[in-house]
Design a protein around this ligand. Sequence first.
Ligand SMILES: O=c1[nH]c(=O)c2ncn([C@@H]3O[C@H](COP(=O)(O)OP(=O)(O)OP(=O)(O)O)[C@@H](O)[C@H]3O)c2[nH]1
Ligand SMILES: [Mg+2]
Length: 195
Amino acid sequence: MKKLFVATKNKGKLKEIAEILKPIEVLSAFDVINENVDVEESGATFEENAKLKGETLSKFVEGYIIADDSGLEVDALNGAPGVFSARFAGENATDEENNRLLLDKLKGVPLEKRGAKFVCVIALCKDGETVATFRGECEGRIAFEMRGSNGFGYDPLFLLSDGRTMAELEAEEKNEISHRRKALEQLKFYLNNEF
Ligand SMILES: O=c1[nH]c(=O)c2ncn([C@@H]3O[C@H](COP(=O)(O)OP(=O)(O)OP(=O)(O)O)[C@@H](O)[C@H]3O)c2[nH]1
Ligand SMILES: [Mg+2]
């Protein structure tokens, strides 16, 4: 079976990527390299950060590796937290802290002005270079309170058009519609011609 490394430390992402890419076998690059590699996500865009992570980690493994840089863009906050989504409430912030800060910043903002989207950029890399990048987006609104316990990150606050939050969806349902699914579909199409 085909194998693909993923340059992520985020277990939630890894699980979704593995599910979506089946039957390709997905392995975390961090499980097979011995060194302690830390990539500074200093890029201004999801594309830049995905490339930084993928290119750096590709030097430690054989063959193709993908990196996922993703986040939430909120209209009323001019696209924030964006590339800072994981560290919105501080460098080692928990999902709960990030969600609370987001609710705080949107206090008093009515539902029609709470538009937001999730963005996921996947970089496909090999031998220190990026081969291609793929972008997926998913639109919604920011809820007034957290609901649901599935998924990760901002899922409990991400309201879909059917009234449920992303965290109220079963894993399979999220993987049908998510930004990550949309980006990975393009990767799958690309790999079919390449891999
Ligand atoms: O509710 C969510 N549902 C999602 O599907 C999702 N995808 C991304 N995010 C948020 O955006 C950050 C990514 O930041 P990020 O790409 O730097 O990843 P990370 O630092 O968690 O792991 P790594 O892959 O860099 O190792 C994450 O931590 C989350 O806060 C999501 N939130
Ligand atoms: Mg990160």
